[in-house]
Design a protein around this ligand. Structure first.
Ligand code: SF4
Ligand code: MG
Length: 332
């Protein structure tokens, strides 16, 4: 099947400047060569520790930040460098749900106006028709139509995220980017919101790029999972395959910290020993070599490519390139 979204070798580098003369002292490698495809009706989970570049990938896909290089294709069309005007028809098909529902809702607008605004801006409905459409959207996300008159502060955190989801649904998107949509919510509410997202996908058939630092949350909603480390995808596979047979030492460490019996039961503890190195001038070779328990001498200089590892599984680790030692026995 043709991919709805195709991202190829995406990079986003920022200069770091210092001093009165604002001289460049380094480069932030926020996203450092990310490639993936997302099918229609599919959910790709993008997981990694904070600062690994997940949100920058999300914002680049939506053209909210300009990539340094690489390509973003939507429905086969290269949208990487489209002008604002040329991008406008695509804006409807790509929506985003942010982490903090309160910060992304205008406190002076009613919930009904917030959800109806995109429809009004795009000239898709007015008056009674607009009100009816907004009422339907409220019902679709599990809110009551009479709550349209209320302001954001009159809703709970979970309800506010439902408002954001209704707003994202309004224009009939084909892709919804969810950037840590439940991270700010109580654990008891997280599953409700995730299940709502799953139900909506079943009804409408859109795709999610679902970003989270919490592997358990990603596991619940995703069909495939991509693991990011310091601006790169280090492993990508079908969800079940990834959880059953993690191949990258970083993924193995992440999974070791997931509570098995009830994955949504608690927030994850810190995942891997040692701090994430700074994305300013990141480590050479395999960026994970400073924390990897299997690191070899060549890991400091050779950058592993994301290579096929069978079963639809891709891994970026020198243990997997046919020249390192076998991965057998590394897991477990
Ligand atoms: Fe560890 Fe080397 Fe594999 Fe990187 S390439 S994950 S440092 S073994
Ligand atoms: Mg983020």
């Amino acid at each position: 099947t043709e991919a709805l979204l195709e991202v190829t070798d995406l990079k986003k580098h920022y200069p770091v400047r210092a001093g009165v003369l604002r001289r460049q002292v380094g480069t932030v490698h926020a996203v450092d060569g990310v490639s993936f495809a997302l099918g229609t009706g599919e959910t790709l989970g993008l997981v990694g520790e904070s600062g690994c570049g997940k949100s920058t990938v999300a914002r680049s896909v939506l053209r909210l930040v300009e990539p340094t290089s690489g390509q973003i294709r939507l429905d086969g069309e290269d949208i990487t460098h489209l002008s604002k005007t040329a991008l406008r028809p695509h804006r409807r098909s790509m929506q985003i749900v942010f982490q903090d529902p309160f910060a992304s809702l205008n406190p002076r607008m009613t919930a009904g106006d917030i959800v109806g605004e995109p429809l009004a801006v795009h000239g898709l409905a007015t008056g009674k028709a607009l009100e009816t459409r907004v009422a339907t959207l409220f019902e679709q996300v599990g809110l009551r139509p009479d709550q349209m008159r209320n302001f954001p502060h009159q809703f709970s955190g979970g309800q506010r995220q439902r408002i954001c989801i209704a707003r994202a649904l309004a224009l009939g998107p084909r892709l919804i980017v969810c950037d840590e949509p439940v991270s700010a919510l109580d654990v008891s509410i997280q599953a409700q919101v995730i299940n709502l997202l799953i139900d909506l996908q079943r009804q409408h058939g859109f795709s999610y790029l679902f970003i989270a630092h919490d592997l358990a949350v990603v596991a619940h909603i995703s069909h495939r999972v991509a693991v990011m480390y310091l601006g790169r995808i280090v492993e990508i596979a079908d969800k079940d395959e990834l959880f059953r047979n993690p191949r990258h030492p970083y993924t193995q460490a992440l999974l070791a910290s997931v509570p098995v019996a009830n994955p949504l039961a608690k927030k994850l503890a810190p995942l891997v020993d040692g701090d994430v190195p700074s994305p300013v001038n990141p480590p050479s070779g395999c960026a994970f070599h400073t924390r990897c328990r299997f690191a070899m001498e060549r890991c400091k200089t050779e950058r592993p490519a994301l290579l096929d590892a069978g079963a639809g599984h891709q891994v970026a680790c020198l243990l997997n390139d046919g020249t390192g030692r076998s991965q057998q026995g590394v897991s477990s």
